[in-house]
Design a binder for this molecule. Sequence first.
Ligand code: NIG
Ligand code: FE
Length: 412
Amino acid sequence: MTTLIINIKELLQVRETSVAKVSGAEMTTLPTIKNAFLLLKNNLIADFGSMDQIPQVKTDKVIDASGKIVLPSWCDSHTHIVYAGNREQEFVDRINGLTYEEIANRGGGILNSAKKLNETSEDDIYQQSSARLEEVMHLGTGAVEIKSGYGLTVEGELKMLRVIQKLAQNYPITIKATFLGAHAIPREFKENRRGYIDCILNEMLPQISKNKLADYIDVFCETGYFTVAETEEIMEAGIHLGLKPKIHVNQFNSIGGIQAGVKYDALSVDHLEVMTTEDIIALKNTKTMPVALPSCSYFLSIPYTPAREMIAAGLPIALATDYNPGSTPSGNMNFVVATACIKMKMTPEEAINAATINGAYAMGISETHGSITIGKKANLIITKPIPSYYQLPYAFGSNLIDTIIIEGQILA
Ligand code: NIG
Ligand code: FE
C-alpha cells in the first residue's frame, strides 16, 4: 500500500537523520518544509520533500493536503488510561474547597480508584479503557505509554497490565506498559508499608517479569506516598529485571526524587510542578528526560512546570497528558500543547518538539516515532486548512484535525 500526500502547506518536524531528543536552545527550532509531499509505503515514511521534487511513483492513494499542515502524531509518554469508573465526586469536593491531599487522606484519591478497579471485571475494564484509547487516537496521539497502579494488589496489578497488553494487541497504535505498583500504600497495608513494598518486590515484580507484562517501572516518589529510599529500592529491583525506571517526582514537594531518578538512569522524571535550582542542575547533561504534565496543573490548580528556567538551563522537555481519573481526566495532547504555550510560556516550536520527538524519547521509541524521517512509522496528523501551525496552540479548544494516519492507514 503506497500513499502519496501532496500540496502540503507545511510539513513539520522534518528530520533527515533521526535525532534522539532536542534540548535547550535546540527546542526553538522546528524544521519544516513548505509546499511539500510525503510518500508512505505500507506503514512507514518512505520519502518526503518539496513539491517540485516529487518523485514519479505509482501510488495506491493520493491525498491532496492543500492549505493543510502535516505533522507526526503526538507521542503521549505518560498516561493512566486503564482505570474503572471515575472520580467526579472528588472533582466536586475540590470545587467545594477540599484539596487533593485532603481527599487522599480521607481514603479517596488513588485508593478510591483502586477499590473500583478491584471490583470491576477485566472485560469491563478493557471496554472502558479501549473507549479512552480510541478517543485519544482520534485526538492525534499515535503512541501512548500506559501505567498500572490502580490495582495495588497482585491480582489487580496483573489485571491492569493484561488489559494494557490486550490493547496493544488489538490496536495499531504503539503502546508501552509501565508497572506502577508503588502508586500508593493500599489500605490493608496502612500500618505495614514494608509489607506492601515486599509484596511489590517479591510477588508482583517476578510475575510481571515472567509474563513480560511491562517495559518500565514507576514509583510515585512524594511525601505521603513513597520515600526516596523506597523509590530507589523499587527502581533497583525493576532494573534488575530489565525494567527501566520512569518515575513520578516533584508533583507537590521536592524531596530528592529527581536526584534518585538520575542516579538510576531513569528514562524520564515526570510532573516537576515544584522544582528547585538544585533539581534543575541535577538534570543537566543526563539521559533522563524531564516530562511536564500541564493538564494536571490546570485541573488541580497547582504550579506549572517551570519550562523557561529548564530550557534556559539547557534541558530538554517532553509534554504528556497524565490522563487519569483523579488529577487529569483528559487525554487531549492538543490541549497539552496549547496549555504549555499559554501557561508555561513555551513557544509553539518548543511545545511541538516536546510533544513529538521528546515525547518519543520519554517512552523509548525515538527510533521509530516522533519525527518525519524516512523509515519511521507513518503516524501522522493532517490538519484542517489553517493559516499556520501557530493555530494549533492559539485556537485552543478547537478541533483542527482533519485526518489521522496510523501505521499508514487512515483512521476511520
Ligand atoms: O500522575 N500523582 C500520581 N498519580 C497520578 C494521579 C493519581 C490519581 O489521582 O488517581 C498523577 O497525577
Ligand atoms: Fe501520572
